[in-house]
Ligand binder design. Structure first.
Ligand code: SF4
Length: 883
């Protein structure tokens, strides 16, 4: 066995340390790094399954120009000449980069240097704009700089943790695990969840405030008033270290508990409990995530939270402070290096002439831009109306993830010149590229990332570069050189790029700026390769063991070094009415972004194999929608078709649809095509959780399920969703019309020969067929008038089950295991492949705790992401047993 390599998980902003061990057979073993201070060995289901995502299936391995393989020289020369041509004819603002929180700090640094310093435009923005731009804007308004004051350990030492708009269990699972472990040790710790949905994270909460969408700012206005009314602020600290308190308070003064209750839908009694909990415990951490950021009033929400922490001086000390949780692995690296269109680099400001001069001189930049560029939504508007002539997209899939996604797709398709750097050969965005550049994937690339607690870690290469794939920073440097900036983009290694960036953070800093990497700015390549995770700032003496916090000393990064209260106006918090739902979008437990990686993993597909619309059962009953029906979700003259999932945890009048599904895995499930591009006016972040939609039952005549060794043919199907299964694929589908010859449909789907087994009953409305090659099942297809009743977890095993006897083959047509064989049911624990039926059986056998279930079934014993689902199953089955 080869040696394990210490690297960092490429998914969420928790930034867990991973040890990856490549095996001679090409597989990779993954374990959590016990020495990494962000996770201490823990991983979630996504991190645990990383080894299943590193194969070369579907990879883009060679540069392509106009759909044909080309040499790197040809491709890069063309990119450089097209950019130069556009700049010559239309000016520097006619070109743009749209990059990603997936790229490394070194990639980000060079992309920003090339665009802002040498091309002379601010037109570089990132998909992090969709994720945490409102937190950045809120931080800068309050602190004068984009600073996350605390550390993860504060979450363990806090007495009260408030989670606002954050489904921590699914979106930042290892932070959830750390809080859950701390709460187990100190049961007096209190957790409050403020969210319109009672997400799975609610299981950790002592109190859930089911606030109407966008009502969270009002709750914190009410808290500010409560703190003042109960004389719980710290006037001397406010006086000495802040500005603007009176104005902020004036805006809060009308928000009595009763008024907050009326405006937000939260019971006055629960609000009082929350306000008491918050004010009576000094150690309070308020965590917030996309429910706060992805809103047209996101920046105000951030400042409403920060105002309460400033009013009580609860910031920068152990166990207290506001805490923004970033979505992506290197969203923070992008913020640090100037990946946002309105930032410069190294936490310097575009609007500050001294900062511009300093950076221009340091870079020897001929052309440093003086103004911000287009933020993401504006950028694609500029592509659409022809202002942008050449666009370079790097490591992201805006055709799926941007609001107004269909219009974004049309804009990219019509753009005169589009370059996409990606690891995958076929994504909804790559297909529109004139030039495709193959990038290194996780496991192949090498550099640094920064997580939500300002901890810089190395992503290290442990796999060889496949085909002709190259590092993103190298691609940027090469294009810079070929555009005529040879002397300024002559990097020989990622370490050189990092060193240049780190030196810039320290340049004329002297605590003028929060971000200072001076102590790691002169590393040799081998020191850079060996560096251990550390939190910034590291100004002089490098000490990776030290925890760093900001603002306990009352010194901020505004011109007068005082923090700023921001007067926040309470937004209207509404649930849609008259049959129009408030549409919320977000993540599921086991998928990441647009599924280009997680869809490769069998384990991760097992939890949610289809796109869905979660809605309250009362709303569903009114619309005559049953569980597992297909529904059409419509807005903006477009629609998607997804499965109905009924849950009392969904607030009536609201629906939730996951953001992940794309055109490769479903017929029509790109939910962001329905989302309006309404942006927060300060941050430019779109309100991805704040649009409207109509939901109706899809009147399908037939539903189907296929299990197949080959990729099933989806042509002619009115609805389909496909996912990997063991040794093959599984397909859910539906038809608007009952076919005159159902057997013909089945034969086409399963490529059945005349020896295929089949069964049908037109009267009862089912048709089934299965074909075998020797002892092996080749394919099975099931068609029925209602949702197909076949055990999916059992079916998933059948492509790897030998069928030696004719009798056993008929079992395939039955669609369920024999009476003497267990049916594990829908998979709950994807790490250990444990299904709902197995857990329910264990409950009935006397296991009444998550630990006991773990001992009996192994469910929940690896990453623990499924523990709240196990709790629900225990509760449900204990009740049944008691009846
Ligand atoms: Fe990766 Fe999960 Fe850790 Fe996030 S919580 S970094 S997805 S292992």
């Amino acid at each position: 066995m080869l040696a394990g390599v210490k690297t960092t998980c490429p998914y969420c902003g928790v930034g867990c340390g991973v040890i990856a061990t490549p095996n001679p057979d090409g597989t990779v073993d993954i374990e959590g790094d016990k020495d990494h201070p962000s996770n201490y060995g823990r991983l979630c289901s996504k991190g645990s399954a990383l080894g299943e995502t590193v194969d070369l299936d579907g990879r883009l391995l060679y540069p392509e120009v106009h759909g044909k393989r080309a040499s790197w020289d040809t491709a890069l020369d063309l990119v450089a000449s097209k950019f130069n041509e556009a700049i010559r004819d239309h000016g520097p603002d006619s070109v743009a980069f749209y990059v990603s929180g997936q790229i490394l700090t070194e990639d980000y640094y060079l992309a920003n240097k090339l665009m802002k310093g040498f091309i002379g435009s601010g037109n570089i923005d990132t998909n992090s704009r969709l994720c945490m731009a409102s937190s950045v804007a809120g931080h800068r308004r309050a602190f004068g700089t984009d600073t996350v004051p605390g550390t993860y350990s504060d979450l363990e030492s806090a007495d009260v943790i408030v989670l606002v708009g954050s489904n921590l269990l699914w979106c930042h699972p290892v932070i959830y695990q750390r809080i859950a472990a701390a709460k187990k040790e100190r049961p007096q710790m209190r957790v409050v969840l403020i969210d319109p949905r009672r997400t799975k994270t609610g299981d950790l909460a002592d109190l859930h405030l089911p606030v109407r969408p966008d009502g969270d700012a009002t709750i914190f206005l009410g808290l500010l008033k409560w703190l003042v009314d109960h004389e719980l602020t710290v006037p001397a600290w406010i006086e000495e270290h802040t500005n603007g308190f009176d104005k902020a308070l004036a805006n809060a003064s009308e928000w009595t508990v009763e008024r907050v209750a009326l405006a937000t839908g939260v019971a006055a009694h629960d609000l009082r409990l929350f306000y008491q909990m918050w004010s009576q415990n000094e150690r309070v951490v308020t965590c917030y995530s996309q429910g706060v950021n992805q809103s047209s009033v996101g920046t105000d929400k951030v400042n409403a939270i920060i105002n309460c922490h400033l009013a009580t001086a609860r910031i920068g000390r152990e166990g207290m402070g506001p805490f923004s949780l970033t979505g992506q692995p290197n969203a923070m690296g992008g913020r640090e290096t100037g990946g946002l269109a309105n930032m410069l680099a190294a936490h310097m400001d575009l609007e500050n002439a001294t900062h511009r001069e300093r950076v221009a001189e340091y870079w020897n930049a001929p052309n440093l831009t003086e103004k911000p560029g287009y933020k993401a939504v504006d950028m694609f508007d500029a592509v659409a109306d022809g202002r942008i002539k050449a666009l370079w997209v790097m490591a992201t899939n805006p055709v799926v993830s941007m609001p107004n996604a269909d219009a974004v797709e049309a804009a990219i398709a019509d753009c005169p010149f589009v370059i996409v750097s990606d690891v995958m050969a076929e994504t909804d965005t790559v297909r529109h590229a004139h030039v495709k550049l193959p990038s290194l994937g996780w496991g192949e690339k090498d550099g640094t990332v920064t997580n939500s607690e300002r901890r810089v870690s190395r992503q290290r290469q442990f796999l060889p570069a496949p085909g002709e794939a190259t590092a993103d920073w190298w691609q940027m440097a090469e294009v810079g050189r070929r555009m005529g900036f040879e002397a300024d983009f002559t990097y020989r290694s990622n370490a050189e790029v990092f060193s240049e960036y780190a030196k810039l953070t320290a340049l004329e800093n002297d605590d003028e700026r929060d971000l200072d990497l001076g102590a790691v700015s002169d590393l040799s390549k081998s020191d850079y390769d060996a560096i251990v995770p550390f939190q910034w700032p590291q100004a002089e003496c490098f000490d990776p063991s030290k925890e760093t916090r900001f603002f306990a000393n009352g010194r901020f990064y505004t011109p007068d070094r005082k923090a700023r209260f921001v007067p926040v106006v309470a937004p209207e918090s509404v649930v849609e009415e008259h049959g129009i739902f408030r549409l919320n979008t977000g993540r599921v437990r086991d998928h990441w972004h647009t599924m280009t990686r997680t869809a490769k993993s069998l384990r991760l597909n097992a939890h949610m194999a289809e796109p869905y619309c979660e809605m309250n059962p009362a709303d569903a009953a009114r619309l005559k929608i049953n569980a597992a029906d297909l529904v059409t979700v419509s807005a903006k003259k477009t629609s998607i078709t997804v499965r109905a999932l009924l849950s009392p945890d969904q607030m009536p009048g609201t629906v939730f649809v996951p953001m992940h599904w794309n055109d490769q895995y479903a017929s029509s499930a790109r939910v962001d095509a329905l989302v309006e591009a309404n942006c927060d006016p300060v941050s430019g972040q779109p309100a991805l959780k704040g649009s409207s939609a109509v939901v109706t039952r899809s009147a399908m005549a037939c539903h189907g399920f296929v299990l197949s060794r080959e990729v099933p043919n989806t042509e002619g199907l009115d609805y389909w969703a496909i996912a990997k299964a063991k040794s093959g694929w599984r397909l859910e589908f539906a038809l608007l019309q009952e076919p005159p010859d159902a057997h013909r449909v089945l034969s086409r789907l399963v490529d059945a020969d005349e020896n295929a087994l089949s069964a049908s009953d037109k009267y009862r409305g089912f048709w089934r067929a299965a074909s075998f090659d020797g002892e092996n099942l080749e394919a099975a297809a099931y068609l029925s008038r209602g949702p197909v009743e076949v055990s999916r977890s059992w079916a998933a095993e059948q492509l790897v089950t030998p069928f030696s006897s004719p009798k056993s083959r008929w079992r395939v047509l039955a669609g369920r295991p024999a009476a003497d064989m267990p049916d594990k049911g829908a998979i709950v624990c994807s790490c250990m492949s444990v299904g709902v039926n197995e857990i329910a059986n264990a409950v009935r056998g006397g296991c009444h705790s998550v630990d006991a279930i773990g001992k009996a079934t192994k469910a929940g014993t690896n990453c623990g992401s499924c523990k709240s689902e196990i709790t629900e199953i225990i509760d449900a089955n204990r009740l049944i047993a008691a009846e």
